[in-house]
Design a protein. Structure first.
Length: 285
């Protein structure tokens, strides 16, 4: 990134509202947010928000695309990563104890752009999904320990994965496809790996997986983790509004209690999701 572009980016971010908008869009992920939703969350008028969005767009920090009658805004992760790399370039005489963690954060938008010793760290911290069967003993043990259902693991249409970090198993997850929608399920992070942000990364990796499989939306049921998934862009819905195929799944129809919250999130499918899946290598701090 050139100094002139860096100055324009920092200038746009120096205003409190615009800084909050960028942080909000970073959390929202590639699916982005409508301008009206941003205005509602910020407690501001649409015209005021529109002014700030134009400034951020002009600085190259966010992008927009039209979907039907709506304009969806999303963060430009590569540009934000370039901004961090601009600050950290040639830092601290190349001391990996200081530079490498910051470089890893910078690489999350485009991890193929490695800085110094970042290559080795990326390979060590990247999460991968390794297909397993529903009969996998470790999967069943982990789900039982987390009080998650194991009744239907061996039935058709289930896809399960060992979530690995290098040679270590950090958890498990899975999904089912129902008429073009995905039901996320059996997501658990092993106890000794909790509190490191790996649940966020694992969930996003699963979302990329089901998006690449062609799912339009992801659904999940939970009795206690709704706030966690809402932070990742899921929203609670009334069961009556869910697709019939999701409601007829074993998880929704009989296994999960009626008190379980049903949440959903639109997905990015096709090439965009595939690109994110290939570049998955986020910092686990």
């Amino acid at each position: 990134m050139e100094k002139r572009q860096a100055l324009a980016s920092f200038g746009a971010l120096s205003q409190e509202t615009r800084l909050e908008i960028v942080r909000m869009l970073v959390i929202a992920g590639p699916t982005g947010m409508q301008a009206g939703a941003i205005a509602e969350k910020m407690g501001m008028s649409p015209s005021n928000i529109s002014f700030h969005l134009k400034e951020l767009d002009r600085a190259g920090l966010i992008g927009q695309q039209r979907e039907s009658r709506s304009i969806i805004y999303s963060a430009k992760y590569d540009a934000l990563s370039d901004l961090v790399r601009f600050l950290m370039e040639d830092c601290c005489a190349g001391d990996p104890r200081i530079c490498t963690p910051a470089a890893t954060v910078a690489a999350c938008g485009d991890p193929s752009a490695k800085v110094g010793t970042i290559g080795e760290l990326e390979r060590a911290t990247a999460l991968t999904l390794q297909p397993i069967s529903g009969d996998d003993a470790d999967l069943r043990t982990a789900l039982a320990a987390a009080a998650l259902p194991t009744d239907d693991l061996s039935e058709d249409g289930r896809h399960f994965f060992r979530i690995a970090q290098g040679a270590d198993t950090i958890g498990f997850g899975g999904y089912e496809l129902h008429d073009g929608d995905a039901l996320l399920r059996s997501l658990v992070i092993l106890e000794n790996h909790r509190g490191k942000g790996l649940g966020d990364l694992a969930t996003r990796l699963l979302l990329d997986m089901v998006g690449s499989a062609g799912a339009r939306r992801a659904y999940l049921l939970t009795t206690s983790a709704a706030p966690f998934f809402e932070r990742l862009g899921f929203a609670k819905i009334d069961r009556a509004t869910a697709p019939v195929a999701i409601l007829q799944s074993r998880q929704a129809a009989s296994i999960c209690p009626a008190s379980a919250a049903l949440l959903t999130k639109p997905l990015v499918s096709g090439p965009a999701a595939s690109a994110r899946k290939k570049s998955e290598s986020w910092n686990n701090a």
